[in-house]
Structure formats: structure tokens, C-alpha cells
Design a protein around this ligand. Structure first.
Ligand code: SGN
Ligand code: CA
Length: 535
């Protein structure tokens, strides 16, 4: 379980070969690094993961010409905490950012700072969500508003400390800014290209409004989960399709006149759209509103109907993200940079698309703990590779440093994925056998109880704590949808002991030995007071 770090600093390219036997250029210039991350995108909505919901040709291209990770996990399935882990290569209890009410201590070590010191030009564009201003970037342009979630239309940015408002649709604007940054570089660069989409409240681009209105999406097997065998956490959450989706904000069930009359959550975001887009919006949502108001929907049928509407909007937002990636790949190709750039696509965490009856994330259940992760870098990665190696978001920074020839600091808890990448996805012998997870944001929006646990290749152990003390364990091979908690099942007694042993070991390794007791995890309130002048 020991991290192997500096050993991989010397590129295999120096020997003239990749581990798969392919030739590489002898004089290898430092690679550019483009880290593409979206917000709340999940593997079920990505065709290269076998998802049947929509096509994502450009994300799939990265996987087909590179590698797909089937077991990459968030260490805390929430935006700010995941971003802090990625920047620092450390878990939240070490970097101090444990929930969305935290403020990132920007003075600490991050991988962009180390790359900058090594001569890289660094940039971050899009959703930052760490409250303090970015440090270690030559250029930064981050969305502001709605407590830094940003807006879908006419988005506002803080750009190198100066507020700017842009016309257009946020996914396209972020892509434009990413391409401009690339064009401004004349040496190795590292760009964090961070989309806001497809975060709630799922407002598609003008060209995609209504594109799925005639599509009926398959329902997940667990849409009507009754949570039998599960503990209190699954029963007491507030993130259900049935009860939590809001008629105005999420389902858009208000007419233009009703929105403009005010007193609803859509008003602010609707009035950011140009008038011609508002009219398109009105025509797209009119049949939905009429159907809802017909009074014919109730009970399970109403849940099914809400699920379809949610999926239509969410997936239409993903389409614009995929198009942006297509533009980026074409741009790099035209500049002759495609093959000397490490391109990574991921999301800050996964998301429930109706599984267990839910939307949102936070739980250590598979749909949201698992992150999409595909990478392209033909100098080290054989096209079409797939890996089952257990990766975590804390590994991204060490991987980039490794490829840039920068020594990976001993205090980074993640490890470089380079040996996996250079070995066609084969799992190295000394690789880790568990991903660690710790979620803190409770009491808070969506009411998901605090918990921690481990995911191994075939099993998952979770402890819910704080106002409960409950364990869950899932056999991930025979019960991939996690509907049968086997923690107390006699036939799993020895597996349970093994899992506890691994958990203890992992908590020691990552210095999280008193996980239920830390003072800094106290959540300050449901909606933080946001004031940029405080910084
Ligand atoms: C907002 C959303 C939540 C979401 C959090 C965190 N509510 O508060 O549904 O869980 O963001 O998301 S909303 O009513 O304002 O849309 S995260 O991805 O940024 O962590
Ligand atoms: Ca998110």
C-alpha cells in the first residue's frame, strides 16, 4: 500500500519505449496538460461507459484514443471538497476543505503551483467553487454568482480579480475562454477547463432546448427502491425525484407570465436569457406545463414523468459539454498540439440519475462515488486501453507532476497513475486495494448523513455516524446496485472482518484515525453567508 512516487519521475520515454512497446520520440518536450472537469456528470450518461442514455462522441474519442478508468472514485462526492482534493493531492481532513461551506486555504501547496514553478504557464477557467481566489495561476477566470455555482446564461466571471459579464451560454463561453488561453501560450501549459454544466438546475443551451422532448429514457432498476435492508441515511435523505425536485427551479413548470410576476426561483435565471431565447424556452416548456396541469398524473406515474423531464434537461446540458470538448480537440489538432497534450476528462463526482429514486450525489453509493475518467496522451497511453485499477481524485495532481518531470512531494497522499497508463491499463502489483471516502456535509441541504468507508474491487463498507451509528456493506459483484446490505449477514462475517481490517489500515495510512471526532468538520449552516469582500 506504500505510495511509489519519485520512481516514476524518470520517463520511460527516456528508454525510447513505452511499457506497451510503442516507440516514443527521443527528445520529448514537456507535455501540455488539459484537465477537463464538469460538474455532476456521471458515467451512466457517457456512451463510452456503456450508457444507453445519449451519445457523447467527443468524450468517447478521448477514451478510444486513450484509456478509460472503470474504478476512479471521489474521496468526498461534493464539489468544493473534490476540487480541493484534486488541487492538493490530499484528502479533505488534510487540506482543510471538508464541505461546501469551507474556504480553501490558497496558501497551501497545489499541483498548479508546482507546475508553475517548473516553468508551466497555468490557467483555470470555469467553476472554481473554493471561495478564496485562485493562487498559482498565471490566468484565472472563474464563474461567480449563486454562491459561485455561476449562471447558465449571461454568466459572470471574476477574471484575474476583475468582474466581467459575458453574453451567451456558460458552457460555450468557458470553452471560448479555454481556447483563448491555449492560444496565448508559447511554451508548456496546464489548463484547468472546468465546466459548470450539467449542474442543477439544468438549463440547456438555446440550440438544445427541447432536443429530447420526444425521447423516453429507460428507467433505472432502482427508481422505486424501498430501502429495505438499508439504514436511516437512505431513508431520511432529501434528494428524491418524487419529493425534492422543485416545480419551478428543477421542472420549469411556470409560464412566462408566472415567472415574470416574480416570487419564484426561476425569475433570476430566466431573465438572464435574451428575449428570443426566453420565447424558445416558453414554447419548449409549454407542453410540459400543460401535461402537468392536466391533472392526469399522480403516484408512481408522476414520479416516472418527473424522472423523464429531469433527464431531458440534464442530458441536453451534457450535449453542449461534449460539443465543447469536440471544439477543443479540433483546436489542438489544428495547432499540432494534440499528441503532445495530456488530455483528461472527468467530473467532480458522479450523480444519481434516478437510481434509488434520487438525483444529486453525496452518498458513497456507486453512481456518485464513481467518477468518469478518460485520458488521452498517445506518447504514453495505448489507444483503447481500459483499466480496473482503483484510482482516486487525489491521484490527478501527482500524475501531472510525474509527466512534467516534477518530483511528487512526499506529503501528497495520491499517487501517480503513470504506471497504469504506461502499462496499457494493467494493474501494477503494488497497487492500492481500496479507495477511501469521507463525507461531512450534514446537517445540510439534501440531508445526507456523515459517513466514511472503503470501496475494494468486490466490496464496499460504509459507516454512517454523527447522529447515527450504522454500518452497511455491499457485495459489489453480486449486488452492483447496492440494494442488499449484508453487514449483518452470517455468511459475510469473515468478509466483514477483512473489510474492517482494510479500513483500519487505510485510515492509518491517510491519517484519518478518529473520523467521527474532528472539530473542523462542524458544518456552519445550510447556506453559507457569501461575501467576497471578506477575503
Ligand atoms: C446547490 C444545489 C444542490 C447541490 C449543491 C452542491 N441546490 O446548492 O442540489 O447539492 O448545490 O452541489 S440548488 O437548489 O441551488 O440548485 S455541488 O456540485 O456544487 O457540490
Ligand atoms: Ca458537483
Amino acid at each position: 500500500m506504500k505510495n511509489v512516487k519519485a520512481a516514476y519521475v524518470l520517463p520511460l520515454a527516456a528508454a525510447g519505449l513505452t511499457a506497451c512497446g510503442g516507440n516514443v520520440q527521443k527528445e520529448q518536450q514537456k507535455p501540455n496538460i488539459i484537465f477537463i472537469m464538469t460538474d455532476d456528470h456521471t458515467t451512466q450518461a457517457m456512451s463510452c461507459y456503456g450508457g444507453q442514455l445519449l451519445n457523447t462522441p467527443n468524450m468517447d474519442r478521448i477514451a478510444a484514443e486513450g484509456i478509460r478508468f472503470d474504478n476512479c472514485y471521489a474521496t468526498n462526492a461534493l464539489s468544493g471538497p473534490s476540487r480541493a482534493c484534486i488541487l492538493t493531492g490530499k484528502f479533505g481532513h488534510m487540506n482543510g476543505f471538508t464541505d461546501n461551506a469551507s474556504r480553501f486555504d490558497g496558501s497551501q501547496q497545489t499541483f498548479p503551483k508546482l507546475l508553475q514553478q517548473a516553468g508551466y504557464k497555468t490557467g483555470v477557467i470555469g467553476k472554481w467553487h473554493l471561495i478564496s481566489d485562485p493562487q498559482g495561476f498565471d490566468h484565472w477566470s472563474i464563474v461567480t454568482g449563486q454562491e459561485e455555482q455561476g449562471d447558465y446564461y449571461t454568466p459572470e466571471f471574476m477574471e484575474n480579480g476583475v468582474p466581467v459579464t459575458e453574453e451567451g451560454y456558460v458552457t460555450d463561453v468557458i470553452t471560448d475562454k479555454a481556447l483563448e488561453f491555449i492560444d496565448s501560450c508559447d511554451g508548456p501549459y496546464c489548463l484547468m477547463y472546468l465546466q459548470k454544466a450539467p449542474h442543477r438546475n439544468w438549463m440547456p443551451a438555446p440550440r438544445h432546448l427541447g432536443m429530447f422532448n420526444d425521447t423516453v429514457f429507460p428507467e433505472p432498476e432502482t427508481l422505486f427502491d424501498d430501502y429495505s435492508t438499508r439504514g436511516d441515511a437512505a431513508r431520511t435523505q432529501d434528494m428524491s425525484i418524487a419529493h425534492t425536485l422543485q416545480n419551478d427551479w428543477d421542472l420549469k413548470l411556470l409560464t412566462r407570465e408566472e415567472i415574470l410576476a416574480g416570487g419564484n426561483r426561476l425569475y433570476d435565471v430566466y431573465t438572464r436569457m435574451p428575449e428570443e431565447v426566453q420565447h424558445k424556452w416558453d414554447s419548449v416548456y409549454a407542453p410540459r406545463i400543460a401535461e402537468y396541469r392536466s391533472g392526469k398524473l399522480s403516484g408512481d406515474e408522476l414520479v416516472r414523468w418527473k424522472y423523464q423531464q429531469f433527464m431531458r434537461d440534464y442530458l441536453a446540458c451534457v450535449v453542449s459539454v461534449d460539443e465543447g470538448i469536440g471544439r477543443l480537440l479540433e483546436h489542438l489538432e489544428a495547432k499540432g498540439q494534440l499528441d503532445n497534450t495530456i488530455i483528461v476528462y472527468t467530473s467532480d463526482q458522479g450523480f444519481f440519475l434516478g437510481e434509488h429514486g434520487w438525483f444529486d450525489k453525496r452518498f458513497m453509493y456507486e453512481e456518485c462515488q464513481r467518477m468518469p475518467l478518460v485520458m488521452r496522451y498517445p506518447k504514453a497511453i495505448k489507444a483503447g486501453s481500459v483499466t480496473s485499477a482503483i484510482a482516486m481524485n487525489i491521484d490527478f495532481g501527482p500524475t501531472f507532476l510525474d509527466f512534467a518531470g516534477v518530483e511528487i512531494p512526499e506529503d501528497m497522499q495520491g499517487r501517480s497513475l503513470r504506471p497504469v497508463l504506461e502499462n496499457c491499463g494493467a494493474v501494477p502489483e503494488d497497487w492500492r486495494d481500496a479507495a477511501y471516502y469521507h463525507y461531512y456535509e450534514y446537517p445540510a441541504e439534501h440531508s445526507v448523513k456523515r459517513h466514511y468507508g472503503i470501496r475494494t474491487a468486490d466490496c464496499k463498507l460504509i459507516h454512517f455516524y454523527n447522529d447515527v451509528d450504522q454500518w452497511e456493506m455491499y457485495d459489489m459483484v453480486n449486488d452492483p446496485h447496492e440494494t442488499n446490505n449484508v453487514y449483518d449477514a452470517p455468511e459475510y462475517a469473515s468478509k466483514r472482518e477483512q473489510m474492517h481490517e482494510i479500513l483500519k489500515h487505510v485510515q492509518q495510512e491517510y491519517c484519518d484515525t478518529d473520523p467521527c471526532e474532528k472539530e473542523h468538520v462542524l458544518y456552519k449552516g445550510d447556506r453559507r453567508e457569501f461575501d467576497r469582500t471578506e477575503k
